[in-house]
Ligand binder design. Structure first.
Ligand SMILES: [Zn+2]
Length: 264
């Protein structure tokens, strides 16, 4: 009752309605485990990505003991239904975990495992706050499911398509339809991270050369589903990766691991 009155008073004073409710309590959420770090004698600290709370850090106590009730579920790339307890600190506590998809086939292929690790690293670093991005959560789930279904089929083109879609979700999608400087639609010859897109011959200062196949790959990759990755020669994919890296460096001050993945 007292809490309600405080909230009412604040509203009446013209301030934003503030709920004076203690945030502590149980939290149920879907999550993908991005990282799992050993902590102390038997615990693990998890970085998980959730649809509605962004990146969350949580401690799983006793998880490394043989008889832990969590079994092997709190490993990277597991998609889980998690029960967490939120205390006053930033670190939540895992109280329950149910597997939605453990992606077992992905773990048997070194290439797929590596691609999954790079995908999770990119999500964790580009979306490191609690700001909700349900689209990013869905994208990561789809990418992990695809890597699991295809296992040996993890390619550099697929990894780059995933990164382009992360850029789009972060509001950093490169301008591809016209020169990012002057709007010219013809003679697009370069890519400028600073300008945030392709540039024409007159505006190419500070850009690097971008071939038609690399330009076409980026446009198609953004327009197609993850399951329909376009193809491009290795040289073009190198230009695409550079375009993504320079965009991130200029606009998010972020450097990701190389996209990895084999050619083809
Ligand atoms: Zn121009």
């Amino acid at each position: 009752m007292y809490i309600t009155q405080i909230a009412d008073l604040r509203c009446g004073a013209g301030a934003m309605p503030t709920l004076a409710v203690d945030m502590a309590g149980p939290v149920k959420t879907e999550a993908v485990v991005l990282r799992s770090i050993r902590y102390g004698e038997a615990d693990r600290i998890l970085h998980v990505y959730t649809p509605h709370r962004g990146r969350v850090s949580a401690i799983a106590k006793g998880v490394r003991r043989a008889r832990s009730r969590f079994g092997g579920r709190l490993e990277p790339f597991f998609r889980l239904r998690l029960e967490l307890h939120e205390g006053r600190g930033e670190l939540l506590t895992v109280t329950g975990a149910h597997t939605i998809d453990g992606h077992p086939r992905l773990r048997e292929d070194a290439g797929a495992l590596d691609a999954a690790a790079r995908a999770c690293d990119a999500v964790g670093r580009l979306f490191e706050t609690s700001e909700p991005h349900p689209g990013v959560f869905n994208l990561l789930c789809r990418q992990l499911a695809l890597l699991d279904a295809r296992a040996a089929g993890a390619t550099r083109a697929g990894a780059l398509q995933f990164r382009l879609k992360l850029l789009l979700a972060a509001g950093l999608a490169p301008h591809l339809g016209a020169c990012a400087h002057c709007g010219e639609r013809e003679h697009l010859v370069g890519f400028s991270g600073a300008a945030g897109g392709v540039v024409c011959g007159a505006c190419e200062a500070g850009s690097f050369p971008l071939g038609e196949d690399a330009h076409g790959f980026m446009t198609e990759a953004l327009g197609r589903a993850l399951a329909e990755t376009p193809e491009a020669p290795e040289r073009a994919l190198g230009q695409v990766e550079r375009a993504i890296s320079e965009t991130l460096e200029h606009h998010a001050h972020l450097r990701l691991m190389p996209a990895g993945g084999r050619a083809g």
